[in-house]
Design a protein around this ligand. Structure first.
Ligand SMILES: Nc1ncnc2c1ncn2[C@@H]1O[C@H](COP(=O)(O)OP(=O)(O)O)[C@@H](O)[C@H]1O
Ligand SMILES: [Mg+2]
Length: 364
């Protein structure tokens, strides 16, 4: 069964909508081999955007993508980069030729065929046991330079903030060195943890001014309406209602639209939107309970206060209502903020995971 509203996978070419301005801006950057830093809350559409850009540029440039969300060492980092290159090569050439190409490119890193036990498809993986981290980095970036003599390269590193987790080397400083000595290569860094990411690119940090910053905003309401009315009998008002309820979070918008789509009744009403939302919130109930339970009592109170009030949370009346001292609330809010469970825009606090925010709002 097919639904035109993907919410837990990347959209295909036909399912991807909106983002015309963002794509235009990115195209202008990569066409001149500039670098970009794309950041936003999670689930807004960063990975989907890069995927769409790469679909368009795949024939024109060498497009390399890696997601480093699960790296735990510097070796993981470089092995992800190497894999991005070998995946790309094995998609372009048949296995034997791909290995040949890679061996011509790399002096020391060896590439071996491997079989995916799920799909039974062959691919190529770098043998990373024999070499040290520095050597592999050098080989990788030398090979990029070599390749960039024949074609423009875009290297996208998703969940880039994870490099801050690696503490035995300064990956940002090392990367700066390689990124500086490039031509014909664009680096696109993507990430969601705003505090870590900004600190990586802030004034005096090694990556300062190494990339043009782009904050990915919510999709346009008009674009969502244009796309969804092709598949649903939905009015602009209902679309707007859904948009406001989701607080513009792309994944949640898509998930609600998906639930509306699989219903028999195709005319969308407020009640249907509310019940879809309720279904989504309940489906996450047990995982949110687990998360909530990891918090101390004061942090639980702080989260409830943020859920209920958003602004003016330190007002006397609020402190009295929840029977908490101002200082205690301040340090609990600080702790939640550090863990990125809450975030702040001007004077307004919010919970960046919109479904979690709605779940918390139901507690109070
Ligand atoms: N422009 C878009 N068109 C259609 N669906 C999208 C679009 N952007 C995001 N999505 C949907 O929203 C979900 C979350 O987007 P994703 O790209 O994973 O966000 P991020 O990388 O910012 O966390 C995706 O699984 C995708 O299905
Ligand atoms: Mg992503």
């Amino acid at each position: 069964m097919y639904s035109p509203f993907p919410y837990d996978r990347l959209p295909s070419k036909d399912e991807f909508f909106g983002r015309a301005k963002e794509l235009e801006k990115l195209e202008a950057l990569v066409d001149y081999s500039n670098n970009a830093l794309i950041f936003s809350k999670r689930r807004m559409g960063k990975s989907s955007l890069i995927h769409a850009l790469f679909e368009k540029y795949d024939k024109k440039y060498i497009c390399l993508y890696t997601d480093i969300f699960d790296i735990t060492s510097k070796e993981d980092f470089i092995s992800n980069l190497l894999k991005a290159l070998s995946n790309h090569t094995s998609k372009k050439f048949e296995l034997k030729n791909a290995i040949k190409k890679l061996s011509q490119l790399f002096k020391r890193v060896r590439f071996e065929p491997t079989i995916d036990t799920n799909t039974l498809e062959y691919s190529i993986k770098p043998n990373i046991i024999s070499l040290g981290f520095e050597e592999m980095m050098e080989e990788f970036f030398n090979s990029l330079n070599e390749l960039s003599k024949t074609s423009k390269i875009i290297l996208a590193i998703d969940e880039f903030q994870q490099i801050a987790k690696i503490t035995d080397v300064n990956l940002d400083a090392i990367l700066r060195k390689y990124i500086q000595n490039r031509s014909n290569i664009s680096y696109i860094f993507l990430g969601s943890k705003r505090h870590i990411l900004t600190s990586l690119f802030e004034y005096k940090a090694p990556l300062y001014e190494m990339a043009t910053h782009m904050e990915l905003q919510a999709l346009n309401l008009e674009d969502i309406f244009e796309y969804s009315k092709k598949y649903l009998d939905i009015s602009f008002e209902m679309c707007e209602y859904l948009y406001l309820k989701s607080d513009g979070e792309t994944k949640l918008i898509q998930q609600i639209l998906h639930l509306l789509y699989i219903q028999k009744e195709k005319t969308v009403s407020k009640e249907q939107i509310n019940s879809a939302l309720k279904e989504i919130i309940s489906s996450k109930d047990s995982s949110y309970r687990l998360l909530f339970d990891t918090l101390g009592n004061n942090q639980k109170i702080a989260l409830k206060i943020v859920g209920k009030y958003k602004s003016g949370i330190f007002a006397q009346a609020v402190l009295e209502e929840f029977n908490i001292k101002k200082q205690t609330l301040q340090s609990s809010v600080e702790a939640l903020f550090k863990n990125e469970l809450i975030d702040k825009n001007d004077d307004r606090y919010f919970i960046p995971d919109r479904v979690f925010e709605l779940w918390v709002e139901r507690l109070v």
